[in-house]
Ligand binder design. Structure first.
Ligand code: OOB
Length: 550
């Protein structure tokens, strides 16, 4: 019997107005396809072709479908029921794909945690999603997820089921799951929610993003056409598989949709990825800008044959023109800029765009039905070429977060536009140039950190009177995080404050890169000005004092 998170759960829904539903269907964007539906069809059509490669495992399309069935039926046999939410925290291993496809087959809802997330974040996801199961690998990158699982169950007893890939140490082993395939439900309603993705968390804690079968399948089917993904493509998952970029832009789902081959790289650095590219003849990969630069540099001296690479995508954070040119020169293949968000809208430079467009813009939207508004602080449209706030709605952009009325009130306009928090310029042809952000998060090499979330953790330290976390431009990371601290009581050191943040059970990328102690925030109006304004002032002053440039 499931404990408290069952019938009284917040329902999963994502609803577009009927007129738009009709339009997206008539345009052929929404075709009534579902995850289990397309996976079944591909398992028949490409049965003997390799679908997924990871470690020593090579799975054909038929094996992927079969293993997904075993996992899905096994989870139902454990007592899970369709509609239950399951936090999945797996790295770039074949089990990531088999588990997620298994959940789809069983009508269970994956909630994607990144391997970097720690107990505080995983507890938040489990509570917000009202999850009753957690699936992880025994260990990944030196971290033991069974310890996290025990703590999770202690803090969220509703998480009754823990499934572990590898040595399960008393939990249920993924490999042991088995059940009756006849118990698997019929394919879901294409407009129902397929999974919950995690937001970058611009204000406070991460929000949960409900994506439907119809909308998500459209996003990667259309991405395939733009990115040239076909049955012959070999896509390398170098970034964490749980992130929306390698998942769907066009990512591993796009590749599986096309009947291509997905190769999972356990690391994103050239030392791991280059060998895989050569061995598997990889054709496409998605990278964040610092990695793209690192790859471009390493390509000059590598002994590995990278000649199969056709398209290298860079996204998740801004790639400046000079860096873009270096990536093109270093890797000698087509560069594609990708500006997307887990909430929906994805922009791509097109493969045959001029080099000028490719290096100097972040692309244009996937769909002719992506509505893009660029507005001033009062919500009035600005002229093309002027910088403004980016608002969007369309056939694969959400209308609301899950279980978060306050965030919804902030993040969506009355007529359903999502406020991206990005500041952009729109050029003729609809190309966007990202100029920065209106909201206070730090984009650390594509990983998003909410200033507010980290300030809260710092303020919990007895020696911290006040804290302001800001982004500082960084030559390698794009941005790094810097915490300005006004201390009180017992003196403390930067290292111990960093250890404190780590000890709060957070992903390592959220630990401030730098800590600066100050006597005061240096403005007579503290308390009267907004935190945003304060953070901006601190950043400016710091940059002037240190002589750092943007
Ligand atoms: C991707 O998704 P998220 O949800 O981790 O982060 C979205 C935010 C955007 O709002 C923007 O602030 C930033 O990341 N961003 C970029 C960018 N791509 C994303 N900023 C500047 N230039 C770019 N090319 O990061 C994501 C999702 C799907 C595909 C690609 C990236």
């Amino acid at each position: 019997m499931n404990a408290s998170f069952s019938s009284a759960r917040v329902p999963l829904r994502q609803v577009w107005p009927p007129a738009l539903v009709a339009r997206y269907r008539a345009a052929g964007h929404w075709r009534g396809e579902t995850f289990p539906g397309f996976l079944r069809e591909r398992a028949e059509r490409f049965a003997g072709d390799i679908a997924v490669v990871g470690g020593d495992t090579r799975l054909t399309y038929a094996q992927l479908w079969q293993d997904a069935g075993r996992i899905g039926a096994g989870l139902l046999a454990q007592g899970l029921i369709p509609g239950d939410r399951v936090v999945v925290q797996l790295g770039n291993v074949p089990e990531f794909v088999t588990v997620v496809c298994g959940l789809f087959r069983a009508g269970l809802i994956p909630v994607y945690a990144l391997p970097a997330h720690r107990i505080t974040e995983v507890v938040h996801f489990a509570r917000k999603a009202e999850a009753n199961a957690y699936i992880a690998a025994s260990s990944y990158e030196g971290f033991d997820y069974r310890t996290l699982a025990r703590e999770l169950q202690a803090q969220v007893p509703e998480v009754q089921h823990v499934i572990i890939a590898g040595d399960a140490a008393g939990f249920t082993a993924l490999a042991s799951l088995a059940g009756d395939l006849d118990q698997l439900p019929a394919d879901p309603d294409p407009q129902s929610v397929a999974f919950l993705q995690i937001s970058g968390g611009s204000t406070g804690l991460s929000k949960l993003i409900p994506r439907t079968h119809d909308d998500y399948l459209y996003s990667f089917r259309a991405s395939n056409a733009i990115c040239g993904i076909t049955q012959d493509s070999v896509y390398l998952v170098a970034l964490p598989a749980a992130h929306n970029f390698p998942m769907s832009s066009p990512g591993f789902f796009g590749t599986l949709y096309a009947g291509g081959r997905v190769v999972l790289s356990p690391g994103a650095g050239p030392e791991t990825a280059f060998g895989l590219i050569a061995r598997e003849r990889v054709t496409c990969v998605g990278l964040v800008p610092p990695l793209a630069l690192l790859w471009a540099q390493a390509a000059a001296t590598t002994t590995h044959d990278l000649s199969s690479l056709q398209v290298v995508q860079a996204g998740g954070a801004k790639l400046v023109p000079e860096a873009a040119r270096r990536v093109i020169a270093g890797l000698g293949c087509t560069l594609q800029q990708v500006f997307g968000m887990a909430e929906g809208l994805v922009n791509y430079t097109r493969l045959h765009d001029s080099e000028e467009i490719i290096v100097s813009t972040q692309g244009r939207p996937i769909s002719e039905d992506d509505e893009v508004l660029v507005v001033d602080d009062h919500g009035n449209p600005v002229a093309d070429g002027e910088t403004g706030h980016l608002l969007t709605r369309g056939p694969y952009t959400i209308r609301s977060y899950h279980n978060d009325p306050a965030a919804n009130a902030r993040a969506f306009t009355e007529d359903g536009f999502y406020r991206t928090g990005d500041r952009v310029q729109r050029l003729p042809g609809g190309y966007l140039v990202v100029q920065g952000r209106a909201t206070d998060h730090i984009n650390r090499a594509g990983e998003k950190i909410s200033a507010e979330e980290i300030e809260d953790h710092l303020l919990a330290h007895p020696s911290v009177f006040d804290a302001a976390v800001v982004s500082i431009p960084d030559a390698y990371l794009g941005e790094r995080s810097c915490a300005f601290i006004i201390a009180q009581g017992e003196p403390t050191k930067a290292a111990s404050l960093k250890a404190w943040v780590r000890g709060r059970g957070l992903a390592a990328f959220k630990v401030p890169d730098q800590i600066v102690f100050v006597d005061a925030f240096g403005t007579t109006a503290v308390g009267k000005i907004s935190r945003r304004e304060l953070r901006a002032q601190l950043r400016e002053r710091f940059m002037q004092q240190t002589g750092e440039t943007r």
